[in-house]
Write a protein that binds this ligand. Sequence first.
Ligand SMILES: CC(C)(COP(=O)(O)OP(=O)(O)OC[C@H]1O[C@@H](n2cnc3c(N)ncnc32)[C@H](O)[C@@H]1OP(=O)(O)O)[C@@H](O)C(=O)NCCC(=O)NCCS
Length: 187
Amino acid sequence: MDDQLAKYRNLVTLPDGTRALMRPLVAGDREGLVSLFAHATREDRRYLRDDVTDQELVASWAENLDYGNVFPLVAVVNDRLVGDATLHFREGARRHQGEVRIFLAQEVRRRGLGTQMLRALIDLARNRGLHQLVAQIVTDQGPVIKAFEELGFEQKCTLPDYFMLPDGSTRDVTLMILQLVQYRGEF
Ligand SMILES: CC(C)(COP(=O)(O)OP(=O)(O)OC[C@H]1O[C@@H](n2cnc3c(N)ncnc32)[C@H](O)[C@@H]1OP(=O)(O)O)[C@@H](O)C(=O)NCCC(=O)NCCS
């Protein structure tokens, strides 16, 4: 199955004509990934879970690949890595779930690429037999929550003060779930 993930390729044309190749992150993307996150703005960094100014940390994501644990899908435009969307698999009681996270370079935002990358991860999750996809979005990112809703995610609850910004202040997090398998009243 991980082999199938490794072979994934998807070439998409955005509404403005830009062509983007979506494929798994590979070890050779180390510099491209470091560069993508090095260009994150201060505002972006406030809402990212990890300190992406730590280049060793970002490099380690490309160096320690394990698609069965985290599947990182990247978008490449004109040979440049411009997006990273990850599908995190779970174990035990949460083995039916996956979690998605996404980050795009500023210059490719609002051109439909985020939607395409998330659709690709949703398809992969379905093929993998997952029942639910989870996304945790800082509640004050209204437009992002709306974009996830457009893809079918539903707001399930708000986790008060769940996220701490670099300055130490806290924000609520909206837990969103996309149900991939409908449970019926079967017995
Ligand atoms: C969130 C993110 C992935 C969206 O990707 P994108 O390629 O810009 O999204 P799309 O172009 O597919 O747009 C989908 C919808 O998102 C909404 N949206 C996303 N960002 C928005 C913004 N800053 N302002 C207003 N609407 C926004 C819009 O409704 C948009 O639809 P529209 O362009 O038809 O109005 C991207 O902005 C990003 O990487 N942000 C920083 C990281 C982040 O917040 N990640 C999400 C947490 S998991």
